[in-house]
Design a binder for this molecule. Structure first.
Ligand code: FAD
Length: 477
């Protein structure tokens, strides 16, 4: 049955099933509204633990439970799988697409929580060789690239090529970069130790580099240095003031502060350097009465998180630009609660948009793990690191992880990895590694009306980093 046919009550459309979208849908559970949550994935994703999927600690299911199942008891919520293609603020509709099916969903109130995506600062071609880490697909591809690099190093007989395969570069020394670099080092030192015959995984180089002069800049100098020293003790090379100017199949080119350029030959590269607001943000801003997007494509919302001229169109989470609110889960959760509170108040006639109190962010702090038993944590003026911070990290992540079963299996997986040295999720498949670029080639070909890849589309890179051009049969199939 179509959405329109069943709607009688106030209709709320929520875009996204991340922290913002899911919080909004849950918060409206007892409200006298009909909610349609539209998302392009079937799951809610706990992004903070993606790096553990990429490095074989957790399986994807543990951090990505089904949105539909989470919300099954929220009888006023309908979950609609599809990619939102357009939003019409004047006619109050959202159009989403699943396969060849287009669905138009009308709304009275709209909450846009479509998040952010990887930014290569205008160098999107870097993405072919240096994937980011935003989705389950990204994490599984990365796992394939990390494990695949060791496998290729074991097979090659060329010492130079072996060194290249054994060099891992993580671009971006924010929390994700720090966590990934630390975990790649631990995979090599602990999990893979003794598992190969021609290479010693402990000989690998893990490089964490950033154009900024510090590790973890938002957490301050003290914690940044703590994390840096811990990583260095684990053998991770930290290269700061180093700007990536090119990424290709063989490695990356880095420009130093003095302008000199140098190469790092490496097979496995990861990009965790920047984010850019979802394009839906720009689409909304353009239809508003003068709301703009910032340089990162995030919507510069009004103090009540709405766009100009549309008091019931809220933008929350990573897609909103609000001074002092970081792109973190808490920002999305609190923004979604604020928006739903106003929608609920409006149902009772208690909401006057012009008189709304501005959204106020409550900073609950931030943290990042550096290695097993070691993390850094900042709560207000309190800054601490080491085992205590790690315990705090452990508790907090378990608390926010959705689903009791997920919490249980995650604890078991952490026990195996942190107390022992094993990792239960080191399987990789060729599809995980090839499919992103293969799909991009297919889409380019489709857009160009041809079967083969569009000229200039980078070749598909295999697990060991070799280009594997898509055959005509594969492209067609
Ligand atoms: C690797 C990583 C580690 C992180 N670690 C931490 C951490 O330790 N602590 C912390 O607080 N924060 C962390 N964050 C940030 C945190 O995850 C985000 O701030 C948070 O997820 C933002 O929530 P959101 O709802 O705005 O967006 P998201 O959670 O990104 O959700 C966006 C949703 O929109 C959907 N969507 C996007 N486009 C469309 C479309 N066109 N049509 C339909 N649906 C669409 C997506 O499928 C998704 O469901 C991390 C992020 C990453 C990537």
């Amino acid at each position: 049955m179509g959405v329109e046919a069943t709607q009688k009550r106030h209709r709320v459309v929520v875009i996204g099933s991340g922290f913002g979208g899911l919080t909004a849908a849950k918060a409206l559970k007892r409200a006298d509204v009909d909610v349609t949550l539209i998302a392009k994935t079937t799951h809610h994703l706990f992004q903070p633990l993606l790096y553990q999927v990429a490095t074989g600690i957790l399986s994807e299911g543990e951090i990505a439970p089904s949105t539909r199942v989470i919300l099954r008891k929220n009888k006023n919520v309908e979950v609609l799988l599809g990619e939102v293609k357009s939003i019409d603020l004047a006619n109050k509709t959202v159009t989403s697409k699943l396969m060849e099916m287009n669905t138009v969903t009308p709304f009275d109130s709209l909450i846009v929580a479509a998040g952010a995506q990887q930014s290569y600062f205008g160098n999107d071609h870097f993405g072919a060789y240096a994937p980011g880490m935003k989705t389950i697909d990204d994490a599984l591809e990365l796992r394939g690239r990390i494990v695949g690099a060791f496998e290729a190093a074991e097979v090659t007989t060329d010492p130079k090529e072996r060194d290249r395969r054994m060099t891992f570069v993580v671009v971006g020394a924010g929390p994700t970069g720090v966590e990934l670099a630390g975990q790649i080092a631990e995979v090599a030192d602990r999990t893979m130790d003794g598992a190969f015959r021609n290479i010693d995984p402990r000989d690998c180089r893990v490089i964490l580099l950033d154009a900024a002069p510090a590790v973890l800049p938002p957490m301050g100098e003290k914690l940044g240095l703590k994390a840096q020293h811990r990583l260095e003790r684990m053998g991770v090379e930290i290269q700061l003031n180093a700007m990536v100017t090119n990424v290709d199949y063989m490695g990356i080119t880095v420009k130093e502060k003095d302008g000199t350029e140098r190469r790092i030959e490496c097979a496995c590269k990861v990009w965790s350097a920047g984010v850019q607001g979802n394009p839906l943000g720009k689409m909304i801003a353009e239809q508003s009465d003068g709301t703009e997007v910032d340089r990162a494509g995030r919507v510069v919302v009004e103090p009540d998180l709405t766009v100009k001229g549309h008091p019931y169109v809220f933008v929350v989470g990573d897609l909103m630009s609000v001074p002092g609110v970081p792109g973190m889960a808490q920002g999305a959760i609190q923004g979604a609660k604020y928006a739903t509170n106003h929608i609920k108040a409006s149902l009772k006639g208690n909401d006057t948009p012009a008189e709304r109190k501005p959204f106020k962010y409550f900073d609950k702090g931030s943290m990042a793990t550096v290695s097993r038993f070691n993390a850094v944590c900042k709560v207000g003026k309190l800054e601490f690191g080491g085992f205590l911070a790690w315990l705090a990290w452990l508790g907090l992540h378990l608390f926010y992880l959705v689903g009791h079963k997920n919490r249980f299996t995650t604890v078991v997986a952490w026990f195996i990895t942190f107390i022992g040295s094993g990792r239960g999720q080191l399987a990789i498949t060729e599809r995980w590694i090839y499919s992103r670029l293969a799909m991009e080639q297919l889409q380019s070909a489709k857009a160009a009306g041809a079967v083969g890849p569009k000229p200039g589309t980078p070749p598909v890179e295999s697990a060991d980093g070799e280009p594997a051009a898509l055959t005509k049969e594969q492209a067609a199939g």
